[in-house]
Design a protein around this ligand. Sequence first.
Ligand SMILES: [Zn+2]
Length: 289
Amino acid sequence: MVHNAKFSAGSLVFKFPVPEAIPISGADFVIVSKNDVAISNGIKPTIFSSTNPANSQNPAMRVQYLGHRDATACYAVEIAAGTALPADWEYSGVRELFGRIPEDELAIAALAVQIIDFDRTTQFCGFCGAKTRQLRTERAKFCSDCNQITYPRLSPAIIVLVEKEDQILLARSPGFPPGLHSVIAGFVEPGENLENAVQREVREEVGIAVKNIRYFGSEPWPFPHSLMIGFLADYAGGEIAIDKKEIVSAGWFSCDNLPQIPSSLSISRALIDGWMERRNLLSSKSGSL
Ligand SMILES: [Zn+2]
């Protein structure tokens, strides 16, 4: 099964060197303001503006080349918060764009916010404090004082569906909306491989051991810079004992007593849906014997 990653901007091709001059038109511009993206509310809503939204009255705070969509260059342009948008345009959070625009656009919206954040947070060298400059040969900042190159930060996190016979492990984090349960997830620590991280997170959060860890799929999660790496695992032993800081409740659930689960935007839902499909297949097979 191939996971359909909602935030994978695979349709963009990064072409080098990045053109020095930013066009006024003839490109696709994604308008960013803080962590929001502008969307037009026409018949076919889109995040792409064919003209650069910045002008002499509203200069761009920052511009980042995102890549090419076929022959068209695509840029993220940050304008000051509160800048008026053209008629029919409005600002939206990236998650709220889900279902309103095609998924490849959704991925580019998320990338735009992430790369604008990269630009915002790498204006100065983390080693010597000098001003950095954008490289045109790769997506990176360069410090000419100490030759340090700074790349966009990525924070890998594992997410794992644990199975025990016909049940799965679901848990509630304190920040979840009431009733919502999901699979176990957590950031990878320095020195760990992904399997170590799966075993540690499950042990820390719910006190059980897992085995037979299998890769499921991955998903960029640009809020602000994670990469979720999904796994399946089997229960290996122990009783559920929750870490009360990170989890408020956890339990084993079967197909017919599932609690509220995450929306189809997330890889956690894809993990749960994949498991339900396999269960249904098994039960229809055993039913026909
Ligand atoms: Zn430096």
